[in-house]
Write a protein that binds this ligand. Structure first.
Ligand code: ZN
Length: 436
């Protein structure tokens, strides 16, 4: 019998003689077998005890036995057990290297729900992913503002089905709605600005990315000083929080190049950092009142020149001083895709030193991703939470790419497949850095 390749590999694994017997599963921490297992592996555990989400697992005559650190550890043990069918008997001690191990995906609409449920059970669960950031944006059957209810959009029942699949795999499902910036690509406007063109921040010529007449124009923004926009968007966020039954919400807010437009009668004379902080604080106020943790992208809070990160991974348009004007209980998703500043990541310390929790976010360059995750582990700071693998394709496309979609076989040479596979490698490395 050949031992199966467990992904991610457990921290400690001892193959034994004889076949694995995986049923029945015993998980009484005080049973004789559990005590023997604990005694055999205690010396291999950090500080002699199981960390959060950790577990001990033994298969062999009489079935399997699980000793879990907590309820999440029990889920992780069963995810490993599912991969052990037909394997030799084994003893495992396992725990995560990083606390938050997430995947960020774009929305693919409710038609993709069966594929997403399969992705959760067959791909994310086995890799011990524990957060899925689902960027739904405006694709929900909103009732607070019916003009925002898109045709064929997600219903509460469909969201709950996705939520149930995530819960069964120990995955926290966090919705994302892009706030402030990213209200379109160059054209046409996104749903909010179509329904309420008066919310739009007018374009200006301060930089090519904010100038609609320029080929380099990037995205539309809403006007943070518009007297109605905050209450309006907060109603939408409230509905998403309820539908997802979530205790955390991602407000986006990256790559805002159009802010404080000279052409805006409300914002024109204000400075970008004040405007940006105002938008963050408005959103935080509403979420905090509901006991919901706020997440946001970190680039606009970093000084692109002082840090060396430049004008995409950080800001050169005046928003960075907002970092000292917003609450530090926000989780900052600190995205860097191409190796940081010559292999260093000064942003980790910049955010953590101020008291923020930081969630390093990686993308399709595997070497750069693993380098950032390594830097995050070496920071050895509990405020540096783990790793978020971002993919900028719809979740259903990721599923079709990995599984084949019935017409097209999964193709390892396809660029989308490589992006998806890299995200999975990042998740594995967040559990066990020796994966690669
Ligand atoms: Zn404005």
């Amino acid at each position: 019998m050949t031992p199966p390749a467990l992904l991610p590999p457990p921290q400690v694994i001892e193959w034994r003689s004889g076949p694995a017997v995986v049923e029945p599963v015993e998980h009484q921490p005080a049973s004789a077998r559990a005590n023997t297992l604990s005694a055999a592996l205690r010396g291999r555990l950090p500080g002699g005890k199981l960390p959060a989400e950790g577990y001990l697992l033994e298969t062999g005559p009489g079935g399997a036995v699980i000793v879990a650190a907590d309820a999440a550890g029990e889920v992780r043990a069963r995810q490993t057990l599912r991969q052990l069918g037909g394997a030799p008997a084994v003893r495992i001690a396992d725990w995560p290297a990083m606390a938050w191990r997430g995947l960020h995906v774009l929305d693919s609409g409710p038609d993709s729900l069966p594929a997403l449920v399969r992705l959760v059970h067959e791909v994310l669960g086995p890799r011990k992913c524990n957060v899925l950031v689902y960027e739904i944006d405006y694709n929900f059957a909103f009732t607070s503002h019916p003009e925002m209810a898109a045709k064929g959009a997600w219903t509460i029942a469909q969201i709950r089905e996705l939520g149930a699949a995530c819960k069964a795999e120990g995955i926290r499902l966090i919705p994302e709605l892009q706030c402030l910036g990213h209200q379109s690509w160059k054209k046409p406007p996104g749903a909010l600005l179509v329904a309420h063109p008066d919310f739009e921040e007018p374009s200006d010529k301060k930089n090519p990315q904010s100038d609609i007449a320029s080929d380099e124009f990037y995205c539309r923004s809403w006007c943070p000083s518009h007297p109605q926009v905050h209450a309006f968007v907060s109603d939408l966020i409230d509905e998403l929080v309820d539908a997802f039954q979530t205790d955390a919400f991602h407000v986006g807010m990256d790559e805002v190049f159009l802010i404080g437009s000279e052409a805006c009668p409300r914002c024109g004379k204000l400075n970008p950092a004040d405007l940006y902080a105002h938008a963050v604080n408005d959103l935080h106020h509403r979420l905090h009142k509901r006991g919901v943790t706020m997440l946001m992208w970190g680039d606009r809070l970093l000084d692109g020149k002082a840090t060396g990160y430049g004008d995409w991974e950080a800001a050169t348009n005046g928003t960075a001083p907002a970092i000292d004007r917003i609450p530090t209980d926000i989780v900052i998703c600190d995205w860097h895709y191409d190796g940081g500043v010559t292999g260093a990541y000064p942003s980790l310390k910049i955010f953590a030193d101020r008291g923020f929790r930081v969630w390093p976010t990686v993308y399709k360059n595997l070497d750069a991703s693993l380098g950032f995750l390594k830097a995050a582990r070496e920071a050895a700071d509990p405020r540096v939470l783990g790793g978020l693998a971002s993919i900028w394709m719809p979740a259903g496309t990721m599923a079709a790419t990995l599984f084949g979609d019935g017409r097209v076989a999964a193709d390892p040479d396809d660029p989308q497949y490589r992006i998806a596979a890299t995200a999975l490698a990042d998740l594995e490395a967040a559990w066990h850095p020796a994966t690669r």
